[in-house]
Structure formats: C-alpha cells, structure tokens
Design a protein around this ligand. Structure first.
Ligand code: PLP
Length: 451
C-alpha cells in the first residue's frame, strides 16, 4: 500500500475504475465520479488520499468495534504468521488458535451455546447454518422438516444460501434467489407502520406472523427461524420489547430452531455481549462475524447449542471451508476479545457511549427532517420525512433523500450510511462522549444541507 499511497488520487481512481469491480455498486457510476480512497485510519477517524479526516460513524461496515490502528492486533497477526500461518482443521487435525477461540466463545456465549463451527465470513456462517440445521433434522429422522422462515428486507449475506435467507428483493432478482424452502414474514418496523417503539400489541402482532407462517407450512416442515436481534442493514429496526420473547415462545412451542444472526449485534453493539441477551432470548444457534475480530481479519462462525452439536457430532458433516478457523484470523479474534475484556468495552457501550449517543439522537430528532429514532446501544437509525406527524415519505427529487444526506455527510467529513430514507449510525464501540458530540455536530450540518 505504501506504493499506491504515493500515486495521486486521480491515478488511483483511474486504476480502480479500470480493474476493480466493487460490491453493491453501479461501477460505471463510480468510475464517472471517482472513488473516495481511504489510505489510513486511527481511532474513529479515516484519512483519505487527499488528506481529509473523516469521522467513521459506521465502523467500516459495522465491524471495526475496537476502532482503527490498534498496534496489538498487528503484532499478534505477525507472531502467528511466523509460528503457523496456516493449517487446516479438517482430517483429524486442529491448532491452538482455533481451539482457544472456540473455548473462549463458548465461555462468552449465553446458555448452552458451547460449540463453534468456523467460517471466513458471516455469509459463509449462514450457509453453514442452512446445511447444519437441515442435517440436524434429517439425522433425527425428520428430513422433511427443512423449511426456513426469515424476514422481509433481512440481510444475512451474499452467497446463494445466505442471500436466499435474506429478504432483499433486489438481491433475489439477480441470480435466481431464493433457493426453494425459504419463506419471509414482515419485520417489526413500528416506525414505518405508524406504531410506537414501545407498542406492545404491535410487537406481539408481528411475532404472531411467525406462528401463522409455521401453521401454514406445517410445524413438521419448518426447521428454523432466522433473524437479527436488531435488524441492521435492513434499516436498524429495533423491535418493541414484546416481540422477541413471543418469537422464542412460538419457536419452542412448534419445535422450530431459533437462529440469531449476531453478525452486527454480537460483541457489544447493543450494550451486552450479544444482542440476544439484550432482547432476552436464548437462541439455538448464533451467527457471528464482523465484531468477532473488529474487522481486522476475516472470520465468522456459528455457535451452536449442546442439543445440536450432539446430533451433528455423531455424523460426518460434509461441510467446511479452507479457512475455517484460520490460525491468523483466530489469533486476531482472540486478541480482540482480550482487549474488549481488559478495557471493559461492553460496559463502556452500556454505561457511557450509548447514553451519550442517545443525547445526540435526541438533539438530531429536533431537526425538521428527522421523523423519529430507532436505537439499541450503539446502533441507530433516523428515518427522514417531510412531515414528522404523518411520517410521510419523500417523493420526486427528494425521493433519494437518504442518498443526498449521505453525500452531505461526506461533504462534512462524516460517514453515515443510508438504507432507503433512513440514516444509519453504528460507530466504533470505543467512541467517547466528546467524539459523539463531534458526530452530532457534523450530522446536524449534513441534515441542514439536505433540508
Ligand atoms: N449477517 C448480517 C446480519 C450482516 O449484517 C452481514 C453483513 O453485513 C452478514 C450476515 C454477512 O456477513 P459477511 O459480509 O461477512 O459475509
């Protein structure tokens, strides 16, 4: 990178446009505009190739929970590369970083979630879940119990399996998704439906949709329900408190496994180690990635209960990735968890950063463009509306209001993402109250410019 860093921005942009196909991007549009090129980062600030300092209120892609530039992480990676850069965990072998990380995750995870199947990413982990859960029921003599229920607008990854579990119609339209046997119900999006964040009946009604879908398909056909404790890329939808306990009750009643996709919520984001704890549930499987290594190395996995492991461990599960439990990634993840414990990052989120973010959101909610607040710990969304009372949607030129606001954030050296007409906030968990004040100032300027 020291070589490319010395090229002028325009040359980097030209090379990027000529050779690099970006994810979730219209590449021709990007080529015309030129990518913003990030060269360095420290704490919560990114530096671009023109020397701008940008406050990253998205922690990269909801993952750099420890913040950028922690030297311990690089040291651990280098040491592990010297000692054992790679070995696999197939064919009756194992290695120390994978063993230690699996044991650590079993200690941190709630309930009897004591077993870890590693993957390289959240998408891969959700593909593992699809195959593992179907294998579980087949091994128990119920191969027809194979259908999955997920939610509209959910994001569970981009592979064929994970993209099918997801409920993004614009993804389904490309490449023949979803695969058969996957069904979607509504998300508990109280704001869009004119309800309030603490609306008990709304939470229960949305949860009851799961039961209706199970009864429609037949409980003997439904293998699992998958959802994020707080839906992230679907727009940070924080359900009313009644929602999740009712979901858990319905899953238990109909013998449907509950998979909590903790790829974003896991590792402190909601003010507990896992979003499931914040929502008061104990799932059968948790999907993890992102915050597991604070994004310093690609690693994900599925943490599964004793009940599931007992069945899967009794057969050969014909599934795995070259990089399942990659020693360097596992060592980096272990170091990440060590720092999180040593520096009480989860407590910092709960007791310091989340209240400070809530103050900033209260201030931003006074803005005429902002229609309300969804927040859990350090993940939040602000829906934009031309009319607070009716929660109307923008039309015409301002139909792209989220995109326009994101560009205005860029212009004010702030990264906020938008999902449709919602602005999304998910900063590094180490963010301080002073830094959150700076976030609030820049966000307000971006909203003013959008109004
Ligand atoms: N699940 C959730 C909830 C996610 O937010 C994501 C990524 O954004 C994934 C799964 C997929 O993870 P990855 O991009 O590591 O494959």
């Amino acid at each position: 990178s020291s070589i490319t860093n010395h090229l002028p921005t325009a040359e980097l942009q030209a090379l990027d446009a000529a050779h690099h196909m970006h994810p979730f991007t219209t590449n021709n549009e990007l080529a015309a505009k030129g990518a913003r090129i990030i060269t360095r980062a420290k704490g919560i600030y990114l530096t671009d190739s023109d020397g701008n300092e940008i406050l990253d209120a998205m922690a990269g892609l909801w993952c750099v929970n420890l913040g950028y530039g922690r030297p311990e992480m690089g040291k651990v990676a280098a040491r592990q590369m010297d000692e054992l850069p790679f070995y696999n965990t197939f064919f009756m072998t194992s290695h120390v970083p994978a063993i230690a990380l699996a044991a650590k995750l079993a200690e941190l995870a709630p309930g009897d979630l004591n077993h870890v199947f590693f993957a390289g990413s959240g998408s891969e982990a959700n593909d593992t879940n699809l195959r593992m859960v179907r294998t579980y029921w087949a091994q128990k003599g119920q191969p027809e119990k194979s259908h999955f229920i997920s939610r509209n607008n959910a994001y569970h990854g981009s592979t064929v399996g994970a993209g099918s579990l997801g409920g993004m119609t614009y993804m389904h339209e490309q490449g023949g998704l979803p695969i058969p046997g996957i069904h979607h119900i509504n998300q508990p999006d109280w704001w869009s439906e004119g309800a309030e964040s603490n609306d008990r009946d709304f939470g229960l009604a949305r949860a009851k949709e799961l039961e209706a879908k199970i009864l429609e398909l037949g409980a003997d056909k439904v293998a699992a329900f998958i959802a994020e404790p707080v839906q992230g890329a679907g727009g940070v939808v924080v359900p009313p408190a009644t929602y999740w306990p009712e979901i858990q009750r319905i899953c238990k009643k109909h013998d449907v496994l509950l998979i909590a996709d903790e790829v974003i919520c896991g590792f402190g984001r909601t003010g507990n180690w896992f979003g499931s704890q914040t929502m008061g549930i104990t799932p059968d499987i948790m999907t993890i990635a992102k915050g597991l290594s604070s994004g310093y190395a690609p690693i994900g996995g599925s943490i599964v209960s004793d009940k599931i492991a007992e069945v899967i461990n009794a057969c050969e599960f014909n599934h795995g990735y070259t990089y399942s439990g990659h020693p360097v990634c596992a060592a980096v993840a272990l170091e990440n968890l060590r720092i999180m414990e040593e520096e009480s990052i989860v407590e910092h989120v709960r007791d310091v950063a989340a209240p400070a973010l809530a103050d900033e959101l209260t201030m931003l909610n006074e803005h005429p463009l902002v229609g309300g607040v969804n927040v859990s710990g350090l993940m939040a969304s602000l829906p934009l509306t031309p009319h607070k009372e009716s929660r109307a949607r923008f039309a015409g030129n301002k139909g792209d209001v989220g995109f326009i606001c994101r560009e205005n954030c860029f212009a004010n050296n702030l990264i906020m993402r938008h999902v449709g007409d919602r602005m999304i906030i998910s900063p590094p968990l180490v963010i301080t109250p002073e830094e959150l004040k700076e976030f609030g100032k820049r966000a307000k300027k971006a909203l003013d410019a959008t109004y």
